[in-house]
Design a protein around this ligand. Sequence first.
Ligand code: ADP
Length: 428
Amino acid sequence: MNESIARQLLGLLSFTLAGAAVGFYTSNSLLIGALSGSIIWSTFSAILNAKLVRWIDLNLNSPDPKLPFEQGRIVRSIAEYRNKTEAEYDEIHADMDQFQAATSAMKDAIVIIDNQDTIEWWNNAAEEILELTIEQKHKKVKQVFADPFFLDFYSQSSDIDSFKADSSDHKRVLEYRVESFGDNEKVLIVRDISESEKVAQMRHTFLANASHELRTPITVIHGYLETLQEQELPKPIQKAIQSMQSQSRRMADLISDLLTLSRLETSSENKSRKPIFIREMLKGIAEEAVDVSGPKQHQISLKMDEGFDILGNEGEVRSALSNLVFNAVRYTPPKGVIDITLETLDNGVLFSVTDNGVGIPAEHIPRITERFYRVDEGRSRDSGGTGLGLAIVKHVLVRHNAKLGVTSKAGEGSRFNVTFPESRVVKI
Ligand code: ADP
């Protein structure tokens, strides 16, 4: 039986018994006494219940009524629950205030979006940067952000890290990021990167101009050195000319890679969706790799699935994939094994180059796509490297929404993977 009912019954029983005893001793009537006892208890209980109900109905915040018996116990339980809820509410409120104060102080726009892609909340900076207005609250993302490229990015936000675009008045450059949290809710963070873009643009322009200006003198020097090499000259001078020639070739390669990089860096995505005859391209690269290997006689194999092509810029993709294949040749000792594969995945296409060469120690892997980052300076230079190959690969892949993966073990070999997403694959 419920404890509360038991206590009520006990009260009724006690009053009834007390009434019966009083009735018996005063008027010798057990029944009348018992009846009177139970009526007194019921009336008293009804008054207490009424006070309790009025307190609950009217204002739980008024002072707690001092009630005896079971009603008193109910008042204490309700008051305890109310105090706990109030404390929790105050705590949530304080957290909210703190969150609002922190996000208001931020220069980045922050927009909270629920799992139905409805805009729920934003900070002050969002009103300034994105020009959001109160009418846009509870609207869908696609109603508020019209740019189809942004919506593309938003819907597949796990694939690409960030999206850059001009502000609506074209006065600033904005960088958008989307992070998921909770029950597939999202937070959109938008940063004004106009200043850093301007600096980057100046750096690119300087690099492109400097490389361009250097190209002509180097070509001239190289030409004269070739002519000189054909002359009958004393041995030490011939040796010096040979060395000057190899250095000037290195400089020419460096300038050519720098120009390629600066061209790639000027825009974030290659919008070209032309089919690339990828199998023909890879056959050509594999043949060139055999030439590069020359007397080193690497065993180079090529395995490819059929029925698809890659969409993008042929020159860029060729440069990225050939860089990976030629690196495998350069960093694998003579007679080493190099496997090139191209396979279809459920959601894209995977290109891979696996070698059993010198490998890369784990601590270097995160940095090898940085410009001029070399695991072994001497080895890279000896093999004719500019230190820019993987930086070019990275940029080309970003521009094709593709991802680079590297697994390697020092002394055992390396595997470089490139995953092209479905959007960059066409069935044939
Ligand atoms: P580099 O012109 O020096 O080869 P890259 O950017 O192409 O420049 O590569 C960066 C560094 O990554 C190289 O210096 C080399 O140490 C390492 N690397 C690249 N590919 C391989 C590979 N297949 N095996 C071992 N090391 C590699």
